[in-house]
Design a protein around this ligand. Structure first.
Ligand SMILES: [Zn+2]
Length: 85
């Protein structure tokens, strides 16, 4: 399923974007050195490890450079449909 994007900042760009796929990795770091002690899948991280709550994609406007969650671009396009003239 695809839906149109519209930049909520410059309000004109509907076609040029940089899409960043998010690939969250749950890790345990050594608090002193920052070295990775353990890395696990989201389901293995355990009850004391908050799972990733962010969006799957971030989008950057190819015109003005604004970076927001994909939902922001989708919602703005939805509320500002293209003139069908
Ligand atoms: Zn923009």
């Amino acid at each position: 399923m695809t839906a149109p994007y519209l930049c909520p900042n410059c309000k004109t760009n509907r076609s040029r974007f940089n899409i960043m796929e998010q690939h969250p990795q749950a890790v345990k770091l050594d608090p002193a050195t920052g070295a990775m002690v353990e890395e696990y899948s989201q389901s293995e991280a355990g009850p004391f490890h908050a799972s990733y709550q962010g969006t799957q994609r971030r989008v950057q406007c190819g015109s003005c450079g604004t970076i927001e969650d994909e939902q922001t671009f989708l919602k703005f396009a939805e509320s500002h449909p293209m003139n069908k003239s």
